[in-house]
Design a protein around this ligand. Structure first.
Ligand SMILES: Nc1ncnc2c1ncn2[C@@H]1O[C@H](COP(=O)(O)OP(=O)(O)OP(=O)(O)O)[C@@H](O)[C@H]1O
Length: 418
């Protein structure tokens, strides 16, 4: 029987997407027509999964977002879900929820302390007063690309978010007006004196059981101006925000390399300046925090079998080589600022399609979601809950946290890493 051509719809005219679809000989259709594969914006995905739309996806249709991905990708909801997850671990007496004598989580502390304003204003003030010299970062919950972000180190700078403020009812009027305020990581690891963050890509093909892959070709995004924690520079976003959308307006922005380094360069740099062991621990810690951020939302995620998602994780490493999760993006940018960027993003999409459609010709949501290893490309299996369970069966009772190391007791099961 002749095979039908796979039909794709795509909301973004990005060449790294379209050239991948063209290469496969797929036919483009609009999202109103019958499609098999839809690379949708989050807005279109919301419409498709809206119960009122009455859209029923068929077994040969897949789409690149989970219906309620925002449980992970909205800054306020991520924090809420993580807090709940830690409480659950604590309740079940899980050693991962252990706290130190100051009441801080020993292992589950990978997101900077965060509050929602104006809702948590009083809680924030309590925390601020414990350490009045600290710096905090204010971010509007409904915006991206660094828009509306500012740093503060005095309570008076955010008075209007207080509940007693005359403007507070106006401020709280919608989620659009609310902010998250997070402890500012004021000791970032610097390279050449400049702050940077990591963009890592993570593919989730199922939440229950959790199955996710990490892309080995992430990159670092550098600020264009040397770092300074001085109060006088608090307003200088070229020092503090690593977003390309901010940095590309800087006088020192370099169009050739776009202020980017690939992860391989970072690894080599860290191995030579800090040593192999700590570098490998850092990357284990990053993998560990990604898995736990996903576990924190797995229970509330609508695990629709037609969905997969390629997330952009933003991570800052501090000068103790501790990674901090800053944000998870549902639609990481597929624009290419350099030639290397283009190649990497083209490969990312190619490898993503290979993993979610290993048959190659048509999606089939009934497949067992175990692609052949030969199709992984630059992806590595990060966590497979089913394999981890089997593994635990074997080693029942043997998992321990060891001598204060965060490497034990995490998903370090040989079968689940490769
Ligand atoms: N707690 C923090 N400590 C230090 N720097 C931070 C912190 N939070 C954010 N930043 C810096 O600010 C930048 C913007 O923050 P974030 O990514 O949360 O906002 P955004 O505007 O939503 O960006 P995006 O377009 O990636 O969604 C980060 O890339 C990082 O450089």
């Amino acid at each position: 029987m002749a095979s039908r051509t796979c039909k794709y719809a795509c909301d973004m005219e990005k060449s790294v997407l379209v050239s991948n679809f063209d290469k496969r000989g797929w036919a483009q259709v609009t999202s109103d027509e019958e499609w098999n594969f839809y690379w949708a914006s989050v807005v279109s995905a919301k419409t498709i999964f809206n119960v009122e739309t009455g859209y029923r996806l068929q077994d040969d249709q897949i789409i690149n977002h989970f219906p309620n991905h925002y449980e992970l990708t909205r800054k306020d909801l991520l924090v809420k879900n993580l807090k709940r997850y830690r409480k659950e671990l604590e309740k079940e007496g899980n050693p991962l929820a252990e706290k130190d004598e100051l009441g801080h989580y020993c292992y589950m502390d990978f997101i900077p302390v965060t509050f929602l304003l104006p809702a948590d204003y009083n809680l924030f003030v309590e925390e601020f007063r414990k350490n009045p010299s600290s710096t905090w970062i204010m971010k509007p919950t409904g915006k991206a690309r660094g828009i509306g972000i500012f740093l503060i180190n005095k309570l008076s700078q955010i008075k209007k978010w207080s509940r007693d403020s005359k403007t507070s009812s106006f401020q709280a009027s919608s989620a659009r007006d609310s902010y998250v305020i997070s402890r500012y990581i004021d000791n970032p690891l610097l390279i050449g004196g400049k702050k940077f963050d990591l963009r890592m890509y993570v593919l989730v093909t199922s939440y229950r059981p959790l199955k996710c892959y990490i892309y080995e070709l992430g990159f670092c995004r550098f600020c264009t101006v040397k770092y300074s924690a001085s109060s006088a520079e608090l307003d200088n976003m070229f020092i503090h925000l690593t977003n390309i959308s901010v940095q590309k307006h800087g006088d020192d922005y370099n169009k050739q390399h776009g202020g980017k380094w690939n992860i391989q360069n970072l690894k080599l740099f860290l191995q030579s300046t800090r040593g192999r062991e700590v570098t490998s621990k850092l990357f284990d810690d990053i993998n560990w925090l990604i898995v736990h951020s996903l576990k924190a939302v797995a229970g509330v995620m609508n695990n629709d079998k037609h969905c997969f998602e390629c997330y952009g994780y933003d991570i800052i490493i501090d000068d103790n080589l501790k990674p901090w999760l800053i944000e998870v993006n549902a639609s990481p940018s597929l624009s290419a600022t350099t030639v290397n960027d283009r190649t990497m993003k083209y490969n990312l999409i190619n490898d993503t399609i290979n993993l979610v459609m290993p048959g190659g010709e048509h999606p089939d949501v009934k497949w067992n979601k175990t692609p052949p290893k030969g199709l992984y490309g630059h992806y590595q299996l990060l966590y497979d809950e089913e394999l981890a369970k089997q593994d635990q069966e074997f080693s029942k009772g043997k998992v321990s946290l060891g001598s204060g190391s965060r490497r034990e007791g995490k998903v370090k099961h040989a079968a689940t890493w490769k």
